[in-house]
Design a protein around this ligand. Structure first.
Ligand SMILES: [Zn+2]
Length: 543
């Protein structure tokens, strides 16, 4: 397959918002693998010479852009900062067997008057957005309706599975509206991308992009959908002015995501996931180092590559601050009032942490004494874990803590006491937490993970979040038999949350280091450019 792209800015209409025409060319022929490689080279050189392209040919027949966080400039001339918002209208001409979708309203389609083998798709986004939310996908896509305002788009083989997995989207949208105010974007569609998509999800307006690793078969990973839906308010309506204030986007979104989960699946689950977030933050800070300035909630990003600075800190430290404030200021019902007012106050704007804090003080003007006791400097500007740990209901966490402690303390002679009944009654969320707790500790002896496989058969589990943590545990325990499984997961999909730690662990294990490097070098041409760049750094392959 081959592809070229042509972009034409119609200057006369710029004053009414961005107006562009895109010609998307796709020429079939030749050996797929071979032509993919040469195409990628062509894209790379074109990207270097013209700065036009960031969207990539990946596997199969889907092409997608990824403007987030500062790559929109590679697609079109723009002020590539979240401080500026714009509306856009676009026409995309594609071979008629393919479908084009954008982060906008589908505004009709027609035959291309210049070429009968092609079709033109029209799009309009009438709500002003920062340009990192401009997104385009072209592919052999099908859709299923799963709600009054929601289609799920995917390749034919995955579309029914995806429709089942994400069927809760409308219930989540309604809950989010109840919590945060009206949904202003009209349509809310979901698009399932190829496995190389580097993120869990991307909140492109009207068309959330998601990884196929969410397709667990039992809707257990749907919190990512709640997260992307929540961005319709926090991030897409109220936007961080610069990427230093990214926590405003992500912390509030995680907060809303967990509120939606709490409404739909119970407060105990919200508390459990909040605690899981604290543990995730601990894990990230252990990896990055507790004095690393990138772990500041509001970091200094001068001269720092945004892709390399990305971590769970803005998500989970940001959430922890909001959860702490919820507990200080009168509980969930009081705090949601603040969040709703905050969204109303700053909708359609781009703001800084200072704007947020000023509004917090004005909203809670009768609780200034409480707010003044918050150690703002440590929360916002110091590295490492937050100065205060919020309190969490432990009902669902206790079983995970107890079982992980049994394994940590077990001697060889105790291994026979474990059996499959240990997991009875534990949800997949709890299995994830059990494994995550073990990953916070020193590696288990290899005899322990072997016994764990015997009694729990984790190798047979396909749920990506469980499998990821299990394989990390095995590699950290230096179990050689797990090497091929971990390499397979690291390369079968390219979600950075999974691929990077798996490659890092394989690199740290002397028995798998060379194979990890070799496998990465073989696969890197097919990886998303950001994933390839970061794994290359992790494996010391790039200067
Ligand atoms: Zn997010």
């Amino acid at each position: 397959m081959d592809r070229m792209q042509n972009l034409d800015l119609d200057k006369s209409t710029v004053s009414r918002g961005l107006h562009w025409k895109l010609l998307f060319l796709l020429n079939s022929g030749g050996d797929k693998k071979q032509s993919s490689k040469s195409l990628l080279k062509a894209l790379q050189s074109l990207q270097l010479s013209s700065g036009l392209l960031q969207s990539r040919l990946l596997e199969r027949n889907i092409h997608f852009s990824s403007a987030n966080a500062a790559h929109c400039r590679a697609i079109l001339p723009c002020q590539d900062t979240p401080a500026v918002k714009l509306t856009y209208y676009a026409e995309v001409s594609v071979p008629k067997e393919l479908v084009a979708l954008m982060s906008a309203h589908r505004d009709g389609e027609m035959p291309d008057p210049e070429d009968s083998s092609r079709k033109i798709y029209r799009f309009s986004q009438n709500v002003p957005i920062p340009c990192y939310l401009i997104a385009l996908v072209v592919g052999a896509l099908e859709s299923r309706e799963i709600g009054p305002r929601t289609l799920v788009w995917a390749e034919k083989e995955l579309v029914d599975k995806s429709a089942y997995e994400f069927a809760e989207a409308e219930a989540m949208l309604q809950t989010a509206e109840d919590l945060a105010g009206p949904y202003v974007w009209g349509q809310y569609d979901l698009l399932v991308l190829p496995p190389s998509f580097p993120y869990g999800g991307m909140e492109n307006p009207c068309l959330t992009f998601v990884t196929p690793t969410l397709l667990a078969g039992d809707r257990s990973l749907s919190s990512v959908i709640a997260h992307e839906i929540s961005h319709s308010w926090t991030g897409n309506l109220v936007t961080n002015k610069t990427w230093e204030h990214f926590w405003l986007n992500e912390g509030h979104t995680v907060y809303l995501e967990r509120r939606i989960g709490g409404r739909l699946f119970g407060e105990q689950l919200r508390q459990f996931q909040a605690l899981g977030g604290w543990r995730e933050l601990q894990n990230t800070i252990n990896t990055l180092g507790e004095t690393n300035p990138i772990t500041n909630l509001v970091p200094n990003l001068n001269e720092i590559d945004l892709d390399a600075a990305y971590s769970s800190v803005p998500y989970e430290k940001g959430f922890a601050l909001l959860f702490h404030l919820e507990q200080l200021l009168g509980g969930p019902d009081v705090f949601i009032g603040f969040l709703k007012a905050y969204i109303q106050q700053f909708a359609y704007k781009s703001i800084t942490t200072e704007d947020w804090k000023k509004f917090l003080y004005s909203y809670f003007k009768d609780k200034v004494d409480v707010l003044d006791k918050v150690d703002w400097n440590s929360w916002l500007h110091a590295p490492g874990m937050p100065p205060v740990k919020p309190t969490y209901d432990m009902t669902l966490a206790n079983a995970c803590v107890a079982l992980s402690q049994r394994w940590i303390q077990a001697k060889e002679s105790d291994l026979c006491t474990f059996n499959s009944a240990d997991l009875k009654g534990m949800s997949s969320h709890q299995l994830i937490e059990f494994l995550a707790l073990l990953l916070l500790e020193a590696p288990l002896p290899v005899s322990h993970v072997k016994r764990m496989q015997e009694v729990y058969n984790f190798n047979a589990i396909t749920n990506s979040e469980i499998r990821f943590r299990w394989l990390r545990l095995c590699i950290q325990a230096k179990w050689e038999e797990a090497i091929p499984l971990a390499l397979k997961m690291a390369t079968d999909q390219g979600r950075m949350k999974f691929t990077r730690p798996l490659f890092r662990d394989l690199y740290s294990f002397d028995k798998s280091r060379d194979l990890a490097v070799k496998t990465f070098l073989e696969h890197r041409a097919c990886m998303h450019p950001v994933t390839s760049m970061l794994v290359g750094k992790d494996l010391k392959q790039d200067q």
